[in-house]
Design a protein around this ligand. Structure first.
Ligand code: C2E
Ligand code: MG
Ligand code: MG
Length: 744
């Protein structure tokens, strides 16, 4: 063994004095010794073979720290690998393109081995360099026929590039257009379970065959080992190219019977155009791949042409991804808290923990951007656990300061449930911080349940039995399968904010919300509506027996300190927004004649009555959106919107109101329709009898109050049923669990 540490002079080349160095000097392999003194890898020694391969002299190389940097930009992953191994003091080997001193390109294979001195430290690296230019050139020049992806017998992408190059060169100056399509094939089978390797191979062959039959003689298909396909198409126009791709999709998607299952294929296309996008075969293939990666995100069967913006986006994503890797280490992540408020009491009943990323240059990056990225690259496991750890720390601090602690909900992605240790890790964090598991809730989406792997189920059961609550997040956006609600031990359903957003203007969303609330209550689950920004939304939700709300109306997500202040202040929702009985009766009068409005107001004025007035249907609707109204008294003939039309819209949006028409005319058809549709409660005529009219209005209020009382009772029954059903579910779940350890 050569002890370099003793014999090397760190400032320059050592004087060749011993026999071992002589042996190195006559070697045909390039040998290099680098210093690891300050991790700058200065060259301390290079043998004669190395000097002859690179064309440098000893003096030129002595002390240089960047000799290996002088490579090719396309080589970057290889050089990164080298640097990573050296800084981890690991041995490695790379193929790299390098430039000789005279600027000529050559290929080298470089092996690096760390050298430990007698104290056990890596003091040097020994590099072994072989010139592999001839081998690489041979590979490049191999005839196309020999470059095949084994299973399909198709040309690989290298061969494809050659053919494309040839086609491009052959085009000369002619106005030829070529389309390069990168294709990604997905398989879907109805039965779950994996396929035998042999069937899988057969499937690949069928796919390749079907693709092949769609091509013309002067077109070409390639397949590389990773399962990606590329096609060179000749088409007259973009729309022609799309038609061709659609024909390929049709041919591919016919179902295939394999292993007693029907398998369906779907395929996405990314397209680049010669000469519009590039005149270089490698670039065209690259661009088609970039377009494909966007197509895959759009839908399984989409076809997208390359756009420069795609490369920019891809670059941004890659940059963001590498920034995210260091975000946790650099302390750029934070947890914010958003209150969840009980609609019966108006008090804060819980809180959701939301991850925040403050990048020093990019600023605040939204979770909708970085969470999906972390899910893709696996960082979500670390980020997710960090969030829970932070929450545990905060909860412990709140408890220590005797603050009124509420349960904290944490979002957990489907990707995190693939980690079989997730349950143990969460329990460990709770134990370490001394937090009660019942103070933690996990918000999961249907994606977790759709995977329905035994790992996810086991974790959910483990956490449920430990006392951790489970909520189903973003309900209504996915499949919204009721069977999930039955099969998994949820306590709460969270209505997605997309429904809440539109609920005042969109009767469908209002109907969906009511249906979710009623269904969840029947199953013994509580309901939280997310994204509540206005009083109207809140009022609608409390009228329809929703249990909790979360949204900017009460509080945005805030820092842990700000949340503590909110708890200490004991802030509550105003009583008018709660599920409680309203103190004062409210009447809305609508008539385009100002005099009539005034005289009606005089006639009906009373201590305990709040009267709102409007001169048109649209004004009336605006008032309804702002105030809780019990009874509406409207004229029929008004410009813009008739009374019946106005009341019919009022019924859709505010069905609890009792609606009366007071008209000087009798248009039988519209009135009959309105009565039959249940839009109006009474039809009264002008001129009116004061006493009778007062009586009718009073009767309408009584009717409204009776309905309100019924709703209140229903709510009370719901509330007790809720607890009963929850207890029953718990019992049933316990029985199943005792039976087979997992839910049915
Ligand atoms: P989510 O779990 O559905 O969280 C609710 C989102 O709605 C939050 O967005 C919140 O800021 C927003 N929001 C609440 N009230 C309102 C409102 O009144 N109006 C509007 N326009 N928005 C409101 P955020 O914080 O941007 O988070 C987005 C999503 O990112 C979350 O949706 C969740 O799926 C995910 N996420 C956030 N933090 C984490 C985390 O720590 N782990 C995981 N796995 N996912 C997280
Ligand atoms: Mg959530
Ligand atoms: Mg949500």
């Amino acid at each position: 063994m050569i002890h370099f540490a003793e014999s090397l002079n760190e400032t320059g080349f050592r004087i060749k004095q011993d026999i071992s160095y002589l042996a190195l000097d006559v070697s045909h392999c390039g040998v290099l010794v680098l210093s690891n003194a300050t991790e700058n890898y200065r060259v301390l020694y290079a043998n004669a073979a190395f000097l002859s391969m690179t064309g440098y002299t000893e003096t030129e190389l002595a002390g240089r720290i960047d000799w290996y940097v002088q490579g090719d930009a396309g080589d970057e992953p290889q050089r990164k690998k080298l640097r990573a191994a050296m800084s981890a003091t690991q041995p490695t080997s790379i193929d790299m393109r390098s430039y000789r001193k005279d600027g000529s390109l050559h290929w080298c294979e470089l092996g690096i081995t760390p050298f430990r001195n007698h104290e056990g430290y890596v003091s040097h690296f020994i590099g072994m360099l072989s010139d592999i230019t001839t081998r690489k050139n041979d590979e490049q020049l191999l005839p196309q026929a020999s470059r095949h992806a084994g299973l399909t017998g198709l040309t690989d992408h290298l061969g494809f590039r050659d053919t494309l190059d040839t086609a491009i060169s052959a085009s000369g100056g002619s106005p030829l257009t070529l389309y390069v399509a990168a294709i990604d094939i997905d398989q879907h089978q109805h039965a779950s379970g994996s396929m035998h390797g042999q069937s899988q191979n057969l499937l690949v062959q069928v796919a390749a065959e079907r693709l092949g039959t769609c091509l013309q003689t002067d077109e070409m298909l390639s397949h590389d080992g990773n399962g990606s396909y590329a096609i060179m198409l000749r088409a007259d126009s973009r729309s022609d190219a799309i038609t061709r791709c659609q024909a390929i999709q049709r041919s591919l998607t016919r179902s295939i019977a394999l292993d007693d299952q029907q398998v369906h294929l779907t395929c996405a296309f990314g397209l680049a155009i010669f000469p519009d996008d590039s005149r270089d075969a490698r670039a065209l293939l690259n661009y088609a791949g970039v377009a494909l990666s966007h197509a895959r995100e759009t839908s399984r069967n989409s076809i997208l042409f390359y756009l420069e913006a795609m490369s920019v986006r891809l670059h941004e994503r890659t940059t963001l991804e590498s920034a995210l890797r260091s975000a946790m280490v650099n302390g750029e992540l934070e947890v914010h808290y958003q209150a969840q408020v009980n609609l019966h009491t108006g008090r804060v009943a819980g809180v959701e923990a939301l991850a925040r990323w403050n990048h020093p240059e990019l600023g605040r990056v939204a979770p909708d951007r970085f969470i999906p990225l972390a899910e893709k690259n696996g960082l979500i496991d670390d980020i997710g656990l960090w969030v829970i750890e932070q929450v545990c720390t905060d909860m412990a601090a709140w408890r220590e300061h005797s603050l009124p602690v509420v349960p904290v909900a944490v979002n957990v992605s489907a990707a995190q449930f693939r980690n079989p240790l997730l349950g143990d890790q969460i329990m460990m964090l709770l134990n370490l911080s001394g937090c009660d598991p019942s103070m933690l809730t996990l918000e999961i989406t249907e994606a977790v349940l759709m995977d329905d792997t035994s790992t996810a189920r086991a974790t959910l059961n483990q956490l449920h039995h430990a006392g951790i609550g489970l909520s189903l997040d973003d309900f209504g956006t996915g499949y919204s399968s009721i069977s999930y609600l039955k099969r998994f031990p949820f306590k709460k359903v969270i209505i997605d904010r997309s429904f809440v957003k539109e609920l005042v203007d969109n009767p469908d969303d209002a109907a969906i919300i009511k249906a979710i609330i009623s269904m969840a209550h029947t199953l013994g689950l509580r309901v939280l509506a997310e994204g509540v920004e206005t009083e109207q939304q809140c009022r609608f939700l409390s009228h329809n027996l929703c249990d909790e709300i979360q949204g900017f109306l009460f509080s945005t997500p805030v820092t842990a300190d700000a949340f503590v202040k909110l708890l200490q202040a004991g802030t509550t929702l105003p009583a008018s927004l709660l599920n409680a009985k309203k103190a004062k009766r409210t009447l809305l009068l609508v008539d385009d004649e100002v005099n009539i409005v005034s005289s009606l107001k005089r006639l009906l004025r009373r201590e305990d009555l709040h009267i709102l007035t409007a001169n048109s249907g649209s004004e009336g609707l605006a008032l309804l959106a702002q105030h809780p109204v019990d009874v509406i008294l409207s004229d029929q003939r008004m410009p813009g919107m008739t009374g019946v039309e106005f009341l019919s819209m009022a019924k859709t949006r505010f069905p609890e109101t009792v609606r009366i028409v007071l008209s000087g005319y009798t248009e039988l058809q519209s009135v009959t329709d309105a009565v039959n549709e249940g839009d109006i409660y009474k039809f009264l005529t002008k001129p009116w009898d004061d006493i009778k009219l007062r009586g009718h209005v009073d009767e309408a209020f009584q009717r409204k109050e009776l309905a309100d009382e019924n709703r209140r009772l229903t709510r009370a029954v719901y509330a007790s049923n809720l607890e009963l059903a929850a207890a029953n579910r718990q019992l049933k779940h316990q029985q199943h669990h005792n039976h087979d350890g997992l839910p049915p």
